[in-house]
Design a binder for this molecule. Structure first.
Ligand code: F6R
Length: 608
């Protein structure tokens, strides 16, 4: 969501901070700012809007110094104006704070501090932290920060510098990701590894409750009571190219086109073709535990929730275990039935989504074992789950999730295959699915080779005010996902429905102005879908169909057709979702939307 970067070392901080902020701009981006320490004083620059605006401000009035912090903001408290942009300074200007998360007792602390003569200059919850640290300062920044953290309720990743204790950044984490980047005689603090990858691959992921004291020559991690902690050094294993556009017009397009590779990466070393099963090293589930599962709850948000719906169908079909798919934001606040024999599968690209994390913790608290299917290595969900399957899709920068979605479906299929084979699925059926998985990367390439065709279809519909997406069975979640992709980046109103459900209401919307996208590959329910297409045509709707064969039954019924290769029914969503990603992308580009950074959205939603 918001992004934090900090630098302390021998180089000028400003260009490093700006470059780091740009790398994180995809996370949240309605305002930005930085504070740099030089000659015993803090200087800040802040600007509403994109980082380019901040860059302009910095170019006009440069700021020097070798220790500083920066921030990109996605507004929660107060509008995205310059005065609400981070860093926030304490009353006397000696403390600068950048913060991700929400200080829940900000109002109480604000009244308390106002009583002591502190004047507030922003609408943010963060400003209380700056004044509180000033109030509690007694010669050591780390002491003051620790004392302040004891007063604060809520979630935070914070990075704080002070002119009264220069040459260090004090960072702390509770519920909002933060890492230390280790360089030579220089160190970084960041909320996202992409911000520092150009300088170092050595990182230390902080845990909740950690306080880090980061200086040019080294760092220490302590808890909020000053007890020293040992944290292991991890290595970021992806290349800088993974977070660059590499010739593509947008990250989203690059990520759509990466899918043959990312799907392959999700399966690498895991698929056992000859036994029709998979090998998943990180599950941390014994044979007995796998056999003891008597129900599965899948919890997630947004696109990840859609892949969860597909996972349910796979798991129920192959393993014959009942599966419920829950919106994480709902699950966490109700009284769900969870037992020690419940497996809770948590799906999250970022591994940081606040609701999903809270749902996982709730499931754990109630005795379930948790399994995280996560893309971002070292993320909170990945570290707190009982076992996991990394997606290995590489960094997903475009706000609209694409490659993570197909990798989630594949990871779910691998897990379903393993569990099913243990619980009685025949080796023949297992091998059929394993072969189909193996064939996917090449089939995705075939779909992508036809991208231009989808661009033409997009041209025809770029002005449509509404869209309906329909599918049945395993392709119903594909319809939901297609509609979500379109609405989030093109701002066209779109709805996804099970195709047969249309006649219970949405059919009233259909006329010659309503494009209807049918996900209609040749699968077990194809004939049923044809009947639904007829119902739309009878009402003069325009039909765009994702099909897999030259079907005589569709003659005269389909206005625009996009062909995908065939695979086993359960894996069809991997192939069928890609043309819908392309359709959304091309329509959005033709409408002039900012595809990678659509309005109001942020890449990872770390607040409730
Ligand atoms: C849509 C999209 C969101 C995310 C959702 C969950 O394109 O990206 O709907 O899927 O915010 O995010 P993760 O998967 O990071 O938990």
């Amino acid at each position: 969501m918001c992004g934090i970067i900090g630098y302390v070392g021998g180089r000028e901080a400003t260009p490093l901070l700006i470059a780091g902020l740009k790398r994180m701009e995809y996370r949240g981006y309605d305002s930005a700012g930085l504070a740099v320490l030089a000659d015993g004083a803090l200087t800040t620059r802040r600007a509403a809007g994109k980082i380019a605006r901040l860059e302009g401000t910095v170019a006009a009035t440069p700021l020097a110094g070798q220790c500083g912090v920066g921030h990109t903001r996605w507004a929660t408290h107060g509008p995205p104006t310059e005065r609400n942009a981070h860093p926030h300074l304490s009353k006397d200007g000696t403390v600068a704070v950048v913060h991700n998360g929400i200080i829940e007792n900000a109002n109480t602390l604000r009244s308390l501090l106002q009583g002591k003569g502190y004047e507030f200059r922003s609408d943010t919850d963060t400003e209380v932290v700056a004044h509180l640290v000033q109030e509690l300062f007694n010669g050591s920044l780390e002491e003051a920060v620790r004392a302040a953290l004891h007063e604060i309720e809520g979630t935070y990743g914070v990075a704080i510098i002070s002119s009264r204790d220069p040459g260090k950044i004090v960072a702390a984490r509770k519920g909002s990701p933060l890492l230390i980047g280790i360089g030579e005689n220089e160190h970084f603090v960041a909320s996202d590894a992409s911000a520092i990858l150009a300088h170092t691959r050595q990182v230390v992921y902080l845990d909740d409750g950690d306080v880090a004291v980061v200086e040019a020559g080294g760092y220490r991690v302590i808890d909020t009571n000053a007890a020293p902690l040992t944290r292991k050094v991890d290595r970021i294993d992806w290349e800088l190219g993974a977070i660059e556009r590499g010739g593509f017009a947008h990250f989203m397009l690059k990520e759509i086109f990466e899918q043959p590779q990312t799907v392959e990466n999700a399966m690498r070393g895991r698929l056992i073709l000859e036994d029709g099963t998979s090998k998943l090293g990180g599950l941390n589930l014994t044979h007995d535990q796998l056999m003891a599962i008597d129900n599965i709850i899948i919890t997630a948000c947004g696109t990840s929730w859609h892949s969860g719906l597909i996972g349910k169908l796979m798991l129920e079909e192959l393993c014959r275990i009942p599966v419920a798919v829950e919106y994480a934001s709902e699950f966490r606040y109700r009284n769900p039935i969870v037992t020690e024999r419940t497996l809770c599968i948590v799906l999250s690209q970022s591994g940081e989504t606040a609701d999903t994390l809270a749902a996982m913790r709730e499931a754990k608290r109630r005795g379930a074992r948790t399994l995280g299917l996560v893309n971002v290595v070292g993320s909170t969900i990945a570290r707190e789950d009982d076992g996991g399957i990394y997606l290995h899709a590489g960094p997903e920068i475009g706000v609209a999730s694409t490659k993570a979605f197909t990798s989630q479906v594949v990871a779910l299929a691998l897990f379903a295959l393993k569990l099913a084979r243990k619980r009685g699925l025949s080796v023949t059926r297992g091998m059929e699915i394993a072969q189909a998985l193996h064939a996917l990367p090449a089939q995705i390439r075939e779909v992508l080779d036809r991208a231009e065709q989808m661009e033409h279809i997009a041209e025809e519909f770029k002005r449509a005010p509404n869209f309906l997406y329909l599918g049945r069975g395993v392709n119903f979640p594909v319809a939901l996902e297609g509609a979500l992709k379109l609405k989030e980046i093109s701002y066209i109103h779109a709805e996804g429905y099970p195709a047969a459900e249309m006649k219970h209401g949405p059919i009233a919307l259909i006329d010659e102005m309503m494009p209807v996208v049918f996900v209609a590959p040749h699968d077990a329910v194809f004939d049923k879908v044809v009947s639904n297409i007829q119902e739309v045509k009878a009402r003069k709707g325009t039909v765009i169909a994702i099909t897999s064969r030259d079907e005589p039954a569709l003659k005269g019924l389909v206005d625009y057709e996009f062909r995908i290769p065939e695979t086993v029914d359960l894996l069809m969503p991997v192939l069928a979702s890609i043309p819908l990603q392309l359709l959304a992308y091309y329509i959005a580009v033709k409408r002039g939307s900012n595809v990678d950074q659509p309005r109001n959205l942020a890449k990872s939603v770390t607040v409730e």
